[in-house]
Ligand binder design. Structure first.
Ligand SMILES: [Zn+2]
Length: 366
């Protein structure tokens, strides 16, 4: 995720903070300052930091539960609307997804129960009013955790409650159909959130947009996986392309950019092996700096994933989603590049696959 600062790393997961999170802190400080001066500003900022500490522990609840099923999480990012843990994948077994989804809210439940017990508060839903916010700092943190718990359990996929719903639906309807139904319900709830948010809570509008897009994105990803699973990557890859040689320059790449419809150019050595990829962005940047004579080797993205021709299309597509260059090479036994996948050709594949699926002729006619 761009525009984020790495704070620290815990158990193999990098904790990042999005720049806009600083804006939230500045906004809270300004609002509180205007109400009660420096003291209020400080306690407002401190409260947000503690609140997001709880959000982070919630995310680590998911992360540690996922690790039990062998799923790693390279990073978790704090946004003004909450935390986003980038799990490599969600477990497809419904029972496992339920455990991973509930592990986050469980953390908030524990924090709330511990604080309430420590403070000797009797839990009373009637206390969750504006009056309660005038209480002590720790009581506020306890109430915030109850709110986090309840909010996350709303069945708006892909929020935690929605994931539980998807898993339950998947048990009856199958994974793809269950996801589609859960995502539809999530989007309807998101529209409701947006409506409530417009009546005075801008953060809720942001959350609604996030849920709406994330639901569509994840439903699409699941559909893509169902369509591509069991097909070799060679069925979907681009095979007609113009490569660049290792002696090519940025000017050569610019000429190819004009002459073809390609937006990325594999750089191949004399034996046809993939050395890297020159993207349209890199070409334009080189030209803008007036360095058209710069070797392609210097402007290319060198760290590009490649898979053997026998690889499953679904696996290659999931690799593509994680690739920074937006490119996955396909190589033969001797390591020569025989084709590649890009996000554009993958989405075309989905359109073709989905249409064929509907007409009943099967994937790519076969
Ligand atoms: Zn969660």
């Amino acid at each position: 995720m761009g525009w984020s600062i790495r704070l620290f790393s815990w158990g193999g997961t990098a904790v990042r903070m999005h720049i806009t999170f600083l804006l939230l802190l500045a906004w809270i400080a300004a609002v509180q300052w205007s109400r009660g001066g420096a003291q209020e500003a400080l306690s407002g900022v401190l409260f947000i930091l503690v609140l997001f500490g709880c959000v982070l522990l919630h995310e680590f609840g998911h992360i540690w539960a996922a690790r039990r099923y062998g799923i790693r999480t390279p990073d978790v990012t704090l946004l003004p609307i909450g935390g986003v843990a980038a799990l490599e994948r969600m477990p497809e077994k419904p029972s496992q997804e339920i455990v991973v989804a509930l592990a986050g809210p469980a953390v908030n439940l524990v924090i709330a129960v511990v604080l309430i017990a420590a403070l000797g508060l009797r839990f009373d839903p009637a206390q969750m009013s504006l009056d309660a916010l005038q209480q002590t700092f720790l009581a506020q943190v306890a109430i915030a955790n109850v709110v986090l718990l309840v909010f996350n359990l709303i069945p708006a996929f892909p929020m935690d409650g929605g994931r539980v719903l998807r898993a339950l639906l998947a048990m009856r309807l199958g994974y793809a159909r269950g996801t589609k139904v859960a995502a539809g319900i999530g989007q309807i709830l998101a529209v409701g959130f947006a409506f409530l948010g417009f009546m005075g809570n801008p953060i809720l509008v942001l959350i609604a947009v996030f849920i709406f897009l994330a639901a569509a994105g994840e439903a699409g990803m699941v559909e893509a996986r169902e369509l591509t699973r069991g097909h070799p990557v060679t069925e979907g890859m681009i095979t007609a392309f113009e490569p660049l040689g290792v002696t090519a320059t940025a000017d050569d790449a610019a000429a190819l950019l004009l002459r073809t419809t390609q937006q990325e150019f594999p750089v191949l050595d004399g034996a046809g092996r993939l050395r890297g990829v020159v993207t349209r962005k890199a070409i334009i940047e080189a030209l803008r700096e007036g360095s058209g004579a710069k070797p392609a080797l210097e402007i290319m993205e060198a760290d590009v994933p490649a898979v053997p021709a026998s690889e499953d299309l679904a696996a290659a597509a999931s690799l593509l989603r994680r690739s920074r260059a937006g490119f996955v090479g396909v190589v033969d036994r001797s390591g020569r590049l025989i084709g590649y996948l890009t996000p554009e050709n993958l989405s075309e594949l989905m359109m073709i696959g989905a249409s064929r699926d509907k007409s009943g002729t099967g994937w790519l006619g076969g």
